[in-house]
Design a binder for this molecule. Structure first.
Ligand code: NHF
Length: 482
């Protein structure tokens, strides 16, 4: 079985969020299932020289795009890393700026070019996949092109498509005239049964309509997006296509995220010696961040993009009540300037108790997972969420809102059965978040035995990719045998 992964970001080449982690780690897990998986990406200027220097030039050709009479250059490069072949599509006009995204108007054209170039490149690369697995709106026109302008090709006859929604909020929307003139897709595609949605052309909708299967990254989110609360206006469409929609929860790379080997940690630990290991990591991180050095402080971690999605208004409303004299708070993340300012001001006000790291540093994040007692993930919506999975692996108990993948992966503590691997609350409400944090603190300070049992259970959970990769394989097999 041959599978091509197409999407806009992939660790370690380019990463702005969880999509990159999935694009980086799922192919390896599928390879372990015996699948020949290759990944194709734009060759962004922001990819580090470490990788650019190793890329091999394969060939180039010219391709027309929409109503533009001039042909566009499509360069093809490749790179082998950890047994996976990565292809890169090179075009200086499109990919020499951005990190990797720019603004929606430019991005729409850049990713339309990418989608068409992927299909034009495959015969040249001599790789005709059985399945093209497309991720999010940036790759959503691949199935649309495949079943229209490319429908008479050998590639189209052999290939099925899977479209994975990582985040429904971003859909790739512009006027039908604009998208048609750039893409050159036929009139039919801009009808209401196809890409037209609320008078706009919607690329995400195109991906959903034209793919053989649609997946999203947890079972709960697969259900939630068929409701008005989470459907981002596409709930009717997703309900209609429910028969081809399913949820497969993300995993994390257990080799990369491993407190027993992680080179970023001050001290390694496993399920047998996490009490000592986490204590040491806590003391060292407190020292590094200028916090009061005290092993008895309850350390709350928040590692997040600072956007509306992540429930930060709930944190803003309750943080002062959380800081009760025995608690420290460490933030790592960047994003919305309002939240950046708010967390900076909080650190100013609470020197020694709060550390706001307005940055993204993988190293510091790992240190925080190892040092923290709890990690907050109070999201408004969360397709899967990786933070809670990494937190559990490092023995920091997640405190989550019961939505999307958070609901599917965190079992709330039950003191009567002595079960669970974290804490949760249901409605999007600041009081409920505070209640869950206070409950966690209470267990931490009054019942260390129960706390340690929970940490052990969390660390022992298996959220590696193995079982989810198996589900993807079965899904591919199902459609290939149609
Ligand atoms: O984990 C990767 C990630 C998800 O919940 C996350 C999100 C974006 O919002 O699937 O995609």
């Amino acid at each position: 079985m041959k599978v091509l992964f197409a999407g806009s970001e992939c660790y370690p080449f380019v990463k702005t969020g969880g999509l990159a982690d999935v694009m980086g780690s799922l192919p390896k897990a599928l390879k372990a299932q015996g699948i020949d998986v290759r990944v194709i990406l734009p060759k962004y200027a922001c990819i580090s020289d470490e990788y650019k220097d190793k890329m091999q030039y394969i060939t180039h050709f010219y391709m027309r795009l929409g109503s533009n009479p001039f042909e566009k250059y499509v360069g093809l490069m490749s790179l082998e890393l950890d047994g996976i072949t990565y292809y890169f599509i090179d075009n200086e006009d499109y990919y020499s700026y951005g990190n990797p995204y720019t603004d929606i108007i430019n991005d729409i054209e850049r990713y339309i070019f990418y989608c068409k170039a992927v299909l034009a490149a495959l015969p040249v690369l001599d790789f005709l996949p059985d399945v093209i697995h497309c991720h999010d709106w940036q790759a959503a026109l691949i199935p649309v092109y495949l079943r229209t302008l490319f429908k008479d090709t050998e590639l189209a006859h052999g290939a099925r498509t899977v479209f994975t929604i990582h985040n429904l909020r971003f859909q790739g929307i512009h006027s039908p005239n604009y998208i048609q003139s750039i893409s050159g897709l036929p009139d039919k595609v801009f009808g209401v049964d196809d890409m037209l949605h609320n008078r706009d052309a919607n690329m995400m909708k195109g991906g959903i309509v034209y793919s053989d299967k649609v997946t999203t990254v947890s079972e709960t989110y697969a259900w939630e997006i068929t409701t008005p609360e989470y459907g981002e206006t596409l709930e009717g469409l997703l309900s209609y296509y429910r028969y081809k929609l399913c949820g497969i929860v993300n995993g994390i790379d257990y080799e990369v995220y491993n407190p027993a080997k992680d080179k970023h940690l001050y001290k390694h630990y496993g399920t047998r010696d996490f009490v000592r290991g986490k204590r040491e990591n806590k003391l060292k991180l407190q020292e590094e961040l200028g916090l009061e050095i005290d092993q008895n402080k309850f350390v709350i971690g928040l590692i997040s993009r600072l956007t509306d999605q992540k429930g930060l208004d709930l944190v803003a409303e309750t943080i002062d009540s959380m800081l009760d004299g025995n608690t420290q708070f460490v933030l790592i993340g960047t994003g919305d300037p309002w939240y950046e300012g708010m967390f900076r001001e909080l650190e100013e006000r609470c020197k020694g108790t709060v550390s706001s790291n307005i940055m993204y540093s993988e190293e510091r994040a790992r240190k925080l997972y190892a040092a923290a007692d709890i990690v907050l993930v109070p999201s408004r919506f969360e397709p899967c969420g990786l933070t809670q999975l990494i937190a559990m692996r490092y023995g920091a108990l997640p405190v989550v809102r019961e939505t999307g993948g958070l609901r599917d992966t965190v079992q709330p503590y039950n003191e009567f059965e002595d079960s669970g691997n974290g804490f949760s609350f249901d409605r999007y409400d600041a009081g409920l978040l505070l209640g869950a944090v206070n409950y966690a603190k209470n267990v931490y300070y009054t019942d260390q035995k129960a706390w340690r049992g929970m940490v052990r259970r969390a660390m022992n959970m298996d959220y590696s990719w193995k079982s989810s990769a198996e589900k993807y394989r079965l899904l591919y097999e199902e459609i290939v045998n149609w």
